[in-house]
Ligand binder design. Structure first.
Ligand SMILES: [Zn+2]
Length: 356
């Protein structure tokens, strides 16, 4: 059996979601997954990070109302619950803290995600239900509104997309127009000036990530067009759309070298080796925008830990001293993919050219 490290494309070192592997076959995963249980209520949460309140639903409803009414609004479209916490999460926390209305849209419920924490590797646990509460906790920690687009996880599929045998009715198999209309409805409701999504490769070759890109691009184009989806609300044209530039080689190398200098251990040595073998272009080459977010690393990490079924709490990702990360790479990075406003590049603010 191949190791997990070989199966996982160089996307996120912390979250390896939505590979449709039966639990009984995941014994190799437990080799990587530490035995430390994560208490979502905050037992191991990072000092200084905001904690979930006890009544998530009232607060969540209030955040949805507030996000739609804020003068500046940001919509982050993601494939699965947990993607918002592993890609640009500190940015979401930062803008929410600044009073921007931030809404995360999860295209699917993540129903086909693997269980990557041994604490949950047992019968009788309702994983889809748990993922809902995990997502609610993460949204609370980040201080953002959250919406489910309402589609079903396609599961992870390896190899050539032409060979993928997707489950009937899943997000990756449905007519994209149906999904686009659902997203257009949310865009017209929240009226974001800025949207984020993944690049044309999905940032990671998962059918739901690729479809997330397709649907986000289509919704960006259609939401302002009165002739498109006339039953989905009043037209609204967002001004900018970005791709998340997550795990660029440049960034991983910089962090790895700095940690190695401090501790003698390179937490991303293996990742960098795999990246080198993979012969993929470095996503940092397309970066246009770097948002300083180091003050929100604690919120980002706490949100990621809230997805307790999906994360390896002993992941190398959490082994990076945050002061080192803040010093060598204290930004979340983006590629500006569409802009209907003028702003010089490179930028440090997703709302450059939009702020009054
Ligand atoms: Zn995902």
């Amino acid at each position: 059996m191949r190791t997990v490290a070989e199966q996982v494309p160089p996307a996120g070192p912390a979250v390896r979601h939505s590979r449709r592997t039966p639990v009984s076959q995941t014994s190799s995963l437990t080799d990587e997954v530490g035995s430390t249980a994560v208490d979502r209520t905050g037992e191991q949460a990072i000092a200084g990070a905001p904690q979930p309140s006890t009544d998530l639903s009232d607060a969540a409803a209030q955040r949805r109302v507030a996000a739609a009414q804020a003068p500046l609004r940001l919509m982050a479209v993601h494939a699965h619950p947990d993607d918002e916490s592993s890609k640009g999460a500190a940015t979401l926390a930062k803008y929410a803290d600044d009073g921007v209305g931030v809404v995360v849209v999860s295209c699917t419920g993540g129903e086909r995600g693997d269980i990557l924490n041994p604490r949950f590797d047992q019968a009788g646990i309702d994983i889809p239900a748990l993922r809902l509460t995990e997502m609610a906790a993460a949204a609370e920690i980040l201080g953002v509104a959250h919406e489910w687009l309402g589609f079903e996880d396609s599961g992870y599929h390896e190899g050539d997309p032409a060979t993928w045998d997707l489950p009937a009715g899943c997000f990756g198999a449905l007519d994209p127009a149906v999904e686009t209309e659902a997203l257009v409805r949310l865009v017209r409701h929240y009226r974001p000036q800025v949207m984020t999504t993944y690049d044309e490769n999905g940032g990671y070759p998962h059918p739901d990530h690729i479809r997330c890109h397709v649907v986000s691009m289509a919704a960006f184009e259609a939401a302002g067009d009165p002739s498109a989806f006339p039953d989905a609300g009043e037209p609204w044209q967002p001004s900018k759309l970005y791709y998340n530039v997550g795990f660029s080689k440049k960034r991983m190398l910089a962090i790895n070298e700095a940690v190695k200098e401090a501790t003698g251990e390179g937490p991303f040595d293996e990742w960098l080796e795999r990246f080198a073998k993979n012969d993929r272009p470095d996503p940092s080459a397309r970066m246009t925008t770097q948002v300083p977010v180091a003050d929100f690393f604690a919120a980002r990490d706490a949100a990621l830990r809230a997805h307790a079924t999906q994360i390896d709490p002993d992941s190398h990702w959490f082994a990076v001293p945050r002061e080192v990360e803040a010093r060598v790479w204290g930004t979340d990075d983006y590629e500006l993919a569409r802009a209907l406003v003028e702003a010089p590049l490179p930028e440090t603010d997703l709302f450059a050219g939009i702020r009054p």
